[in-house]
Design a protein around this ligand. Structure first.
Ligand SMILES: [Cu+2]
Length: 253
């Protein structure tokens, strides 16, 4: 893979102390993973990383899965794209993060993260979840699905979820990327990206991302895609400025 980059900066930081904002429906503490060494500080005049992840290689053809059972809900077949490219080569569902940041703003507690099953697909395909915040897995299909996670730093789960069954809650205490599958429908997959700091973003359908309010300094920016892999690059953030980046993933590199 190759990295394209434009726009840089440098500067240094101001810090303080602060309490994470909270509207934790689960009343669980802490928000950050117990294993995390990330320190929450007040970020003054932080910088922003803004940009686009692009894929310029040959886009793999969709993989077609025949549906033998449950065709009434799932359709006669399911077509799955492993690489989703939008306008101007923008790559969707890549995760961009600062992997070595140790101090920064609090990891805000979002509304309860939801992984839905509808039309025999997981939605969204990639979900960012702060460590310590449970994921609510829904089944909005009139059939049985199966929630099977492949975790390494967290507890894996393998549970059947019949239609109408109550929500399954998945708990993650450590940061990692966890693949989720349904064993009953082999085309169904999703990724839960468990985070221990707020500097993560998922690219949208045009490949765009933004990481705001970064304490000025030097970091390693990681771009990950489930089938294209991971690349890293050094970035320098200046106080109050925006670093514009284009990250190019090239097949075969
Ligand atoms: Cu299923």
């Amino acid at each position: 893979m190759r990295i394209g980059q434009a726009g840089l900066a440098a500067g240094l930081v101001a810090c303080g102390t602060e309490t994470p904002p909270v509207e934790d429906r689960t009343a669980r503490e802490p928000v950050a993973a117990p294993t995390s060494n990330y320190v929450t500080v007040e970020v003054v005049n932080g910088g922003t990383i803004s940009g686009t992840v692009r894929y310029s290689g040959v886009v793999p053809a969709p993989r077609s899965f025949p549906v033998t059972d449950d065709a009434e809900t799932c359709g006669p077949s399911q077509s799955i794209r492993s690489v989703v490219v939008g306008s101007r080569g923008g790559l969707a569902d890549a995760v961009v993060s600062l992997v070595d940041i140790r101090r920064g703003e609090a990891l805000a507690v979002p509304p309860p993260p939801v992984l839905d099953q509808r039309g025999c697909r997981f939605t969204p395909h990639v979900l960012l979840v702060p460590a310590g915040v449970p994921v609510r897995v829904l089944n909005n299909d009139p059939l049985t699905h199966n929630v099977h996670t492949a975790a390494f730093e967290n507890r894996s789960v393998n549970r059947s979820q019949p239609a109408g069954l109550e929500v399954i809650e998945l708990d993650f205490e450590s940061a990692e990327k966890v693949k989720v599958k349904c064993d009953l429908h082999p085309w169904m997959s999703a990724w839960i990206v468990v985070t221990d700091h707020p500097y993560h973003a998922i690219t949208d359908g045009a490949g765009a991302f933004e990481l705001p309010n970064v304490p000025p300094g030097e970091y390693t920016l990681e771009t990950w895609h489930e089938s294209l892999g991971t690349i890293r690059q050094a970035v320098t953030i200046l106080a109050g400025e925006t670093l514009d980046l284009t990250v190019d993933l090239v097949a075969g590199d």
